[in-house]
Design a protein around this ligand. Structure first.
Ligand code: DAH
Length: 340
């Protein structure tokens, strides 16, 4: 027995010094010190001994096992230390290294314009309604008093998806959705992307509009003027003037086009306003009685005001951009100039 113990001691010590990792350590433990390991096997040999020798031999094996366990624990602590040190080294961060610079993001000029408008109108009690970009013919045209043969329905201008579905050409269809789903009186703004088959320096096939829409009792053109004058002054400068020019839109009567005094020259006349001192910024009007009737409301009871502004156009005027594509081409060099 003594000899067996000595042999095993030698073997265990050799193997322990060779152990390099915690995985090897685990393997070692199962092989020698675990419940089915070589040291436990020695216990089985006890049965072969004479009864009188067993207590002494048993003690010998136990002492041996304890001694080997101590050796094992020492190596185990060593391996753990070594592995921790290696991990720290591997994951070390050099805090003196120059940081990778991340460029700050910025809001798109059209987003900035909308946020500003939303602020102004929220202050006047308006809520925001967002419609869908795919619209049916009825909401985009028919219900807006735009008959089948109106030039605005020409396939030249409209992207049709099917006979009945199209990419909305204007946010005005939102007026119909609002009247169909909301209880009057209400005041809403409706921002969104709109689409037209048109592409040059001042037109993009995708652009942004914001519709303003009020349904109430006894609202008039002078309320509309007050509203839009406030918009112009807040958007451009407190001394911006507004004027209404008579115009035509199928869904408003009377209809107006709204000019502001030129934001570049203040009204003296320059290249931007083509010498006139005025710049057109939006279309507006008193909601046509037919449109109100189309949505099941009584035009003798309810009156409406509406306007539609091009957000890109306002952004271009405000930030001095002369080509609409600069806004949408995604060139960072152009866009980062608008960072606040
Ligand atoms: N929807 C018109 C357009 O896209 C703009 C417009 C004009 C909207 C007059 C209105 C309005 O609400 O009253 O050209």
């Amino acid at each position: 027995m003594l000899q067996k113990i000595e042999e095993l001691r030698g073997q265990i010590r050799d193997r322990l010094t060779a152990v390099k990792s915690s995985d090897e350590l685990k393997e070692f433990f199962t092989k020698y010190l675990g419940s089915k390991g070589a040291v436990s096997d020695l216990m089985k040999e006890l049965g072969k001994l004479d009864k009188s020798e067993r207590p002494a031999a048993g003690k010998l094996i136990n002492d041996f096992k304890n001694e080997m366990m101590e050796d094992f624990k020492r190596v185990e602590a060593d391996v753990a230390n070594r592995e921790r040190a290696a991990k720290y080294e591997r994951e070390a961060v050099d805090i003196t290294m120059p940081a990778e610079m991340r460029e700050p993001g910025a809001l798109h000029p059209v987003t900035m314009v909308f946020n500003q408008l939303a602020d102004i109108f929220a202050g006047m009690g308006f809520t925001v309604y967002e419609g869908t970009e795919i619209e049916d013919d009825y909401h985009n045209f028919t219900a807006l008093n735009t008959p089948q043969d109106h030039p605005a329905r020409d396939k030249q201008d409209t992207f049709y998806i099917t006979e009945d579905l199209l990419l909305r050409t204007q946010t005005s269809g939102g007026q119909i959705h609002c009247m169909e789903t909301m209880e009057p009186p209400f005041k809403v703004i409706m921002p969104g992307r709109v689409f037209r088959c048109d592409d040059d320096a001042t037109h993009s096939p995708m652009f942004h509009q914001m519709e303003g829409f009020v349904i109430d009792k006894n609202v008039s053109l002078s309320d509309l003027h007050g509203l839009l004058d406030k918009l112009a002054k807040a958007m451009f400068s407190p001394d911006t003037k507004t004027r209404f020019r008579p115009s035509f839109f199928p869904f408003t009567e009377p209809s107006v086009e709204v000019d502001i005094s030129c934001c570049e020259c203040g009204g003296k006349g320059c290249r931007l306003c083509k010498g006139t001192g005025w710049i057109e910024i939006l279309g507006a009007g008193v909601v046509n009685r037919n449109v109100i009737r189309n949505c099941g409301l009584d035009p003798d009871e309810w009156t409406g005001l509406a306007f539609g502004a091009g957000l890109d156009r306002i952004a271009m005027l405000k930030y001095g951009v002369n080509n609409i594509h600069i806004l949408f081409d995604g060139d960072k060099r152009a866009l980062e100039q608008f960072r606040k």
